[in-house]
Design a protein around this ligand. Structure first.
Ligand code: DAH
Length: 337
C-alpha cells in the first residue's frame, strides 16, 4: 500500500466511524479497525513489505491514523454509554437517600451513665432477662411472703423462672462469679405487671450499681459517687440528698433525690415545686445478702443503688409521657437526636 492509498483508507474509515452511534456499532468499528485482527494492526504487521525508504513516513502515518481512530471511537463510546444510562434512569427525578439514624434516648442515657461510672472505676456487668427466684428474690433477702414476690406483680414463666423485676439480681451474679472488690453497674431491661400509662410501663430499664470491698465502705462514699453522677448526667450542681427508706437487700436503705437541675432547687414544674427529684433507691449491702453469695459480712462491706433509665431520660429531655420512648416515632426521636 502506498502513502496515497493509506490516506484514502484513513478518510474512508473516519467517515464510516463517524456514521455510527449505537454502542454495538461502535464496538464493531473497533473490531474492524483497531481490534487484534483489525485493519490497522494488519498494516503494521505488513510494514516489512513497504520499501525501506518509505517505511518511516508510512509507519508514522499508520500510527497517526491508529491514534485518530482510537480517539474518535472512545469519544463515541462514552457518549453512547451516556445514552444508554439515560434510557435506564431518569436523572431529573429527585434522588433517594437514607436519613442517618439517631441514638435512642434510652440508649444514650445508658451509654452516658456507663461513661460517667467508668471514670470512677466501675465496669459494666450483664445478666439475663429471665432469672431464677433465688437471684431475683431469695439472695436479695426478699422472703416468699414479701409483697414484691406477689404473683400479681411478677411475670412468672415457670415455678423456677421469671422475668426479672429489677436489675438487682445482677448484683448476686456478680458476687457469685467474682471475688471482692467488685465495682459494677448493670444496665438492663426489667419487667413488672403494670398497666401502661404516662408514667408506668410493664417493661422498663434500670441501672444497678454495686461496690463491695475488703476495706470499709461507707454511706458517705455512696453519697459522693451519686453526687458526681447527678452533676454529670443532669447537671444538678446542687447535689443529692438521702431520705430514709426500706429495701430488703440494703441496711440502712435510702431513697436518693437529685437537686432539681432546672430551678437549681428553688422549685419549678419539673420538681413539683420541691426543688428535689426522686431518682434512685440505694443503701449499704445487707449482711444477709453477703451470706447468700458466700461472702463473709465481717470481711466485706459495700453499697448498692438502682435507678430507672426512663426516669432519667424523661427528666433530662423533658419527655412528659413514658410511652413516647417505646413508639419509635421518628419525628420524636429526631427532635432529641
Ligand atoms: N431494685 C430496686 C427497685 O427496683 C432499686 C434499688 C434500691 C436497687 C436499692 C438497689 C438498692 O441496688 O440498693 O426498686
Amino acid at each position: 500500500m502506498t502513502l496515497e492509498e493509506l490516506e484514502i483508507e484513513r478518510q474512508k474509515s473516519l467517515a464510516e466511524i463517524n456514521g455510527v452511534s449505537s454502542a454495538e456499532d461502535v464496538e464493531k468499528m473497533r473490531v474492524k479497525y483497531t481490534g487484534r485482527n483489525g485493519l490497522i494492526p494488519a498494516l503494521i504487521k505488513a510494514m516489512k513489505d513497504v520499501p525501506k525508504e518509505e517505511r518511516p513516513a508510512f509507519g508514522k502515518a499508520v500510527q497517526a491514523w491508529k491514534a485518530e481512530v482510537e480517539s474518535v471511537l472512545s469519544s463515541k463510546g462514552s457518549s453512547s454509554r451516556v445514552e444508554k444510562v439515560n434510557e435506564l434512569i431518569d436523572a431529573t427525578l429527585p434522588g433517594q437517600w437514607n436519613t442517618p439514624g439517631v441514638e435512642h434516648p434510652l440508649s444514650r442515657v445508658i451509654a452516658e451513665s456507663a461513661r460517667i461510672f467508668s471514670r470512677l472505676g466501675f465496669t459494666v456487668a450483664d445478666g439475663p432477662d429471665i432469672e431464677n427466684p433465688f437471684n431475683n428474690f431469695t439472695a436479695l433477702n426478699t422472703p416468699p411472703h414479701h409483697p414484691s414476690q406477689d404473683r400479681r406483680d411478677t411475670f412468672w414463666l415457670a415455678a423456677d423462672a421469671l422475668l426479672r423485676t429489677q436489675t438487682s439480681p445482677v448484683q448476686i451474679r456478680t458476687m457469685l462469679e467474682n471475688k471482692p472488690p467488685v465495682r459494677v453497674i448493670c444496665p438492663g431491661r426489667t419487667y413488672r405487671r403494670d398497666t401502661t400509662d404516662a408514667t408506668h410501663s410493664a417493661n422498663f430499664h434500670q441501672i444497678e450499681g454495686l461496690y463491695v470491698d475488703v476495706k470499709p465502705v461507707s454511706l458517705a462514699d455512696l453519697k459522693s459517687v451519686l453526687a458526681y453522677f447527678a452533676k454529670e448526667i443532669l447537671g444538678s450542681e446542687a447535689g443529692v440528698r438521702f431520705r430514709p427508706h426500706f429495701f430488703p437487700f440494703t441496711e440502712p436503705s435510702v431513697e436518693v433525690d437529685f437537686a432539681c437541675h432546672v430551678c437549681k432547687g428553688k422549685g419549678c414544674n419539673v420538681c413539683k415545686q420541691s426543688g428535689w427529684i426522686e431518682i434512685a433507691g440505694a443503701g449499704m449491702v445487707d449482711p444477709r445478702v453477703f451470706k447468700h453469695v458466700g461472702w463473709n459480712p465481717d470481711e466485706v462491706s459495700g453499697y448498692a443503688f438502682g435507678f430507672g433509665v426512663e426516669r432519667i431520660a424523661m427528666i433530662k429531655y423533658g419527655i412528659p409521657d413514658i410511652r413516647w420512648l417505646y413508639e419509635n416515632d421518628i419525628r420524636f426521636l429526631n427532635q432529641l437526636g
